[in-house]
Design a protein around this ligand. Sequence first.
Ligand code: T4K
Length: 370
Amino acid sequence: MKEKPIYVTQPSLPPLEEFIPMLEKIWESKILTNNGPFHQQLEKELCEFLGVKFISLFSNGTLALVTALQALNISGEVITTPYSFVATTHSLWWNNIKPVFVDIDPETCNLDPDKIEAAITAQTTAILPVHVYGNPCDVEKIQKIANRHKIKLIYDAAHAFGVKLDGKSILNFGDLSVLSFHATKVFNTFEGGAIISHSAEMKQQIDDLKNFGFRDEVTVVAPGINAKMNEVQAAMGLLQLKYIDDFIEKRKLIFTEYSNLLRNIDGIKILDQNSTTINNYSYFPIFIDEKIFPVSRDVVYEKMKASGFYGRRYFYPLISHFYPYKDLPSAMPDNLPVSEIVSRQVLCLPLLSDLDIDTVHSIANCIKEI
Ligand code: T4K
């Protein structure tokens, strides 16, 4: 058993001494929130770093999702995946929208584009796919479906900070993309999130919505909410950006080491990396097939825990197993056979930028010994 537990992740933190002067600036100016100077600077720098035109910062990713749906006036039914963090579907529920679950592709864990059209009805107004583990969805195919049915496309890109497809930011696909900057993400602002939009008008509308609908001191243009990022979060984001390439590079080394150590083990599958994708190495999922591997995923999970390695079963249970979704017709297991299997097989191994290679070997050995 390790003296110190190794968790599935831990935030990458910039040097504290660089954060303190930023806090001093906040104390001096007494501007704590409401589109302050750090907030404005972070929006500008993130647009440059990510290669996107318009970004609106949020207090967290879930409120960004809720607001994205509001901004596009989404209602009725939305096609989405059961293989995600529960916030994806909760954002629909909070907008009084009925989620319609569609199964995933086992090779990517993302929504299977070939199964989407069969689930579209007269009430469908949008598709809400997730770039799970930062692996891009089949954006071309899904866009064609959205165009054909004249419905909107919103990507939950909570895992996809900095991910590129054919040299282009993955965040530029769809009508809107939503990021999470939660402590557990590759890029964090303690809590935080953002919406990427593609026009100044849409950004303005989103910015109105996250600030009670206020356009100016005396004008309310929409029944907005309060979902603003504050100055401490934005300062953290600016500092994170200075170090993000280094953090991702370190993750890449760990990811590559895991891949080398765990490839070619009977009963363990790892996801293929697409050569046209620039990844952010946010998660390292393995899939344990208990029909081939000597024990089940849960036995491996418990054995790792007993050794001090706290992997996580992202995403188990499926969202479709949770209240209030479990009785929906689309939540029935026979509608989601691939998701059901994958969620019983998945185990995300610890992946944090500070993980040393010896520990990576110990974790791999812990699995191999079985
Ligand atoms: N869409 C998707 C696809 C998402 O994955 C998420 C969030 C969202 C939307 C919503 O975005 P946000 O509203 O969160 O911005 C975690 C995160 O809380 C959640 O943000 C994330 N997805 C999800 C995949 O993972 P838990 O319940 O597993 O987190 P927790 O607290 O157990 O943390 C995991 C490990 O991380 C801990 O064992 C230790 C470490 N940790 C965690 C925190 C919070 C730290 O070292 N420091 C910390 O401050 O959900």
